[in-house]
Design a protein around this ligand. Structure first.
Ligand code: FMN
Length: 149
């Protein structure tokens, strides 16, 4: 059994919903998963797990939220060579840079040597209806990609 972690930042709960659903998807495959707020951990925690998903909402003009900045900087200390990961986040399509945080996080993972298993998951506001299944499926797909990653 592998150990997975999902780390997120969320101000009004939308990205937290996505994180929880991804966690449910991973759990449904029979693996262990921890879901954590980025404010409650240091990025070094990622190395304690077999694979991880990280996500944040987008703030300002296509920026990472303040709550994720410490964690983001701490990632510079990590060697993620051989580690599989994926990113997700919530945004609003009326902004020019929809869900830019998802791409910023993906770039950082690649910079640190990690392997991105699948395209980042971008959801408008909170996942509803089919989107909830999409989030769970993202977690299920993540596990199957990690096996061959
Ligand atoms: C001041 C402000 C700036 C924002 N900038 C962006 C942006 O550049 N791109 C985007 O996709 N969404 C942007 N958003 C929308 C939020 O990312 C969106 O409401 C998201 O669902 C919040 O997620 P949360 O509930 O996890 O905090 C912005 C929202 C606010 C209030």
């Amino acid at each position: 059994m592998s150990q997975y972690i999902v780390v997120y930042s969320s101000l009004s709960g939308n990205t937290e919903d996505i994180a929880d659903l991804i966690g449910e998807g991973i759990k449904s495959t029979g693996h262990e998963v921890t879901v954590k707020d980025a404010m409650d951990c240091n990025a070094s925690i990622l190395k304690e797990y077999d694979a991880f998903c990280i996500g944040a909402y987008t703030w300002g003009d296509g920026e990472l939220p303040d709550e994720f900045l410490d964690f983001f900087e701490e990632m510079d200390e990590l060697d993620l060579t051989g580690v599989c990961a994926a990113t997700f986040g919530s945004g609003d399509t009326t902004y020019e840079q929809f869900c830019a945080s998802v791409d910023i996080l993906e770039k950082k993972i690649v910079e640190r040597g990690g392997t991105i298993t699948q395209p980042g998951l971008k959801i408008e506001y909170s996942p509803t209806g089919d989107e909830r299944e999409l989030c769970q499926q993202f977690g299920i797909n993540f596990v199957s990609h990690v096996k061959s990653c």
